[in-house]
Design a protein around this ligand. Sequence first.
Ligand code: ZN
Length: 436
Amino acid sequence: MTTEQKYLSSANYLLERIVTSTSPFHTVLTAGEDLDAAGFVSLDFNRDWELEYGGKYYVTVYDSTLIAFTVGDSMADEGNLRLAMAHTDFPCFKLKPSPEMKQNGYGRLNVEAYGGMLNYSWLDRPLSIAGKVALKGEDAFHPEVRFVDFARPVATIPSLAIHMNREANKGVEFNLQKDMLPIVDILEESLGDEAFFCAALAEECGADPEEILDFELYLYQCEKGEIIGLNETMISSPRLDNITSVTACIKGLIQAQRGTGINMAVLFDHEEVGSRSKQGAAGSALPYVIERIYLALGLTRDRYLKDITDGFALSVDVAHAMHTNSPEKNDPTHPVKMNGGVAIKIAARQSYVYSCESVAAVQALCAMADVPCQKFVNRSDMPGGGTLGSIAASYLPMQMQDVGVAMLAMHSARELMGVKDQYYLEQLVMCLFGFK
Ligand SMILES: [Zn+2]
């Protein structure tokens, strides 16, 4: 395969994963399918584990977080733990429990914002709905759960015509309760059916409407991503943040081996809303799982605590490339470029987790993997965003570094990145998990 073919192969593989990663649950299902195909054994979060050296396993945490790991043939004296972490969620709109709104002959859905998206980018697009539904089950604490993905355009949020707002091109403020509700149907007046959505949902998940107790359903943009540009140098797609990282972490874990120690790919939910949940990066799921791995392998808690301190983790999320039309928004001496290699994210206030040693380690890994890297820093008068690395580092005191692909239009319904950067990111994660 030529180098150009490798770039395109990674980009197309990513676009395939994005098609089925339509909610945090479906991101986990997609990753689980890849791990199943690679021979990983699925473990239950709340059951006993029998682990073996040389084995490969994964555990899902409340359906929207996934922790996968491989155990080497033995443990080394040091440097046993290597982690690559990403997030399964993305900014979007989430359905409220009683979402139906019938007004002026239209069937609309009542939704609330999940995370910080660019509102206008969600207008006039074909949207679909995915998530999970809880049905009446055997007992109160165990409802029957079904995952659902309409997988076709069923909704859209129409913008207001310019004739009705001549000021539209001077900037529009969108009220989340008034302006961002999707339409899903034009209803016949005679029908009088107030539960038009729940009836469709019940049909979609093969249940009776009265069986549905609750759901966690998200709108998603269902136009497919594409490789674009005169010379196919860019990827335009929904959910690049953060399926780029999810894909690199899972692919790296499946393909790389290093003989000793434990490699872990950790995919957290709820990053876009602050990570504070039982399956978010601010929760205890990850340290619980690592400690249980050690105990199941017959290792001591003391060994677990020691290995935490000399482990290494990548927190993999996206970075801001130099903008085409607003270059002044980026830092003057750190002009990060698309197709310029892995962005190493650095922030004095630790909103990106870093130290000079962890930056140096990533530079060394990139050199070994023969891929370029570049340092990203925010403008001094712009705080920028944060991600899960700093949160995880607060309870996992190991060297940890924020990295990711450089992109434009972050948190738009459709984002833009360089076609080479997915390959570069995959090579870095592969090197982390394979370097002895
Ligand atoms: Zn992200």
